[in-house]
Design a protein around this ligand. Structure first.
Ligand SMILES: N[C@@H](CCC(=O)N[C@@H](CS)C(=O)NCC(=O)O)C(=O)O
Length: 256
């Protein structure tokens, strides 16, 4: 199996997490943002441009949720969707968290001068892409700002949207349940944790992210990240990263 990625992507992280704990070996082929589209559009015959894209033998599956559903059906990873609500929550978080944590954190990264070249210099599969990265980075940054509408007003709206989902998750967890759908880890949990990771910066993320301490002391970015990390949903995400991100899933398929 081959996973086509932009390595640092949080939607990619969601799929890497599911593959890893399902014990399904895969090879990652990472590309620079922008150049990735030549690969993803070619593989999907023009149908899909974003990463992740999974190549499983002669099957090409684009979109993180479709990939997880493929793992659940073809590889009997029934822990992902023990009840229909797991998929409903996954789709909700894909829409309400993914684009917003990304916009918010990039705006903060750029505000504090984080290097785009450093962020993307991870597992770049093709040597010429790695070679052009330093020269290509300023253009990449301009395109990201344009394509993801990265500006202070939009970033603040995205932060508020993320916070609403954070509160939604906290309400579900308030009855003491271990996971968002009950007693077992599902696709809803890994989606919530992976897509929130850019503003929680947990240890164990499947690519190199900045650490909370990299944000300047007293900056709004540092204060917000620290505040999100200590909240119940933040603690939940840190726990999932510690206990479930790299530990093979133990629930036998026949239990469902
Ligand atoms: N709905 C998609 C969203 C994936 C997505 O937005 N991927 C981003 C990286 S975080 C990407 O590849 N962006 C570049 C593009 O869309 O061309 C999924 O769940 O896989």
């Amino acid at each position: 199996m081959k996973l086509i990625t932009i390595s640092v992507s949080h939607y990619v992280e969601k799929v890497k997490w599911a593959l890893k704990i399902s014990g399904i070996p895969f090879e990652e082929e990472s590309h620079l943002p922008g150049i990735h589209a030549a690969v993803t559009l070619w593989l999907t015959r023009g149908a899909h441009r974003s990463t992740p894209v999974l190549i499983d033998g002669n099957q090409v599956i684009a979109d993180s949720t479709r990939i997880l559903r493929h793992l659940a059906t073809k590889y009997r990873q029934k822990w992902l969707y023990p009840i229909p609500q797991a998929l409903e929550l996954e789709e909700r978080f894909d829409k309400n968290i993914g684009p917003h944590t990304r916009r918010f954190i990039y705006e903060q990264f750029f505000e504090h001068g984080f290097s785009v070249a450093e962020l993307y210099d991870q597992k770049v599969a093709i040597p010429w892409q790695k070679a052009i990265l330093p020269a290509f980075a300023p253009l990449m940054k301009e395109v990201m700002i344009r394509d993801m509408a990265i500006n202070p007003a939009a970033a603040e709206k995205s932060r508020a949207q993320f916070e609403a989902e954070f509160e939604f998750a906290e309400k579900r967890l308030a009855d003491g349940r271990m996971y968002l759908c009950g007693d077992t880890l599902t696709a809803a949990d890994i989606t919530f944790a992976a897509l929130s990771a850019p503003v929680i910066l947990p240890q164990g993320y499947g690519a190199r992210l900045p650490k909370p301490e990299d944000a300047p002391v007293g900056s709004r970015m540092r204060q917000l990240i620290e505040a999100y990390r200590v909240r119940p949903a933040g603690q939940f995400i840190l726990r999932l990263y510690k206990e479930n991100r790299h530990t093979p899933i133990k629930i036998p398929a026949e239990n469902y």
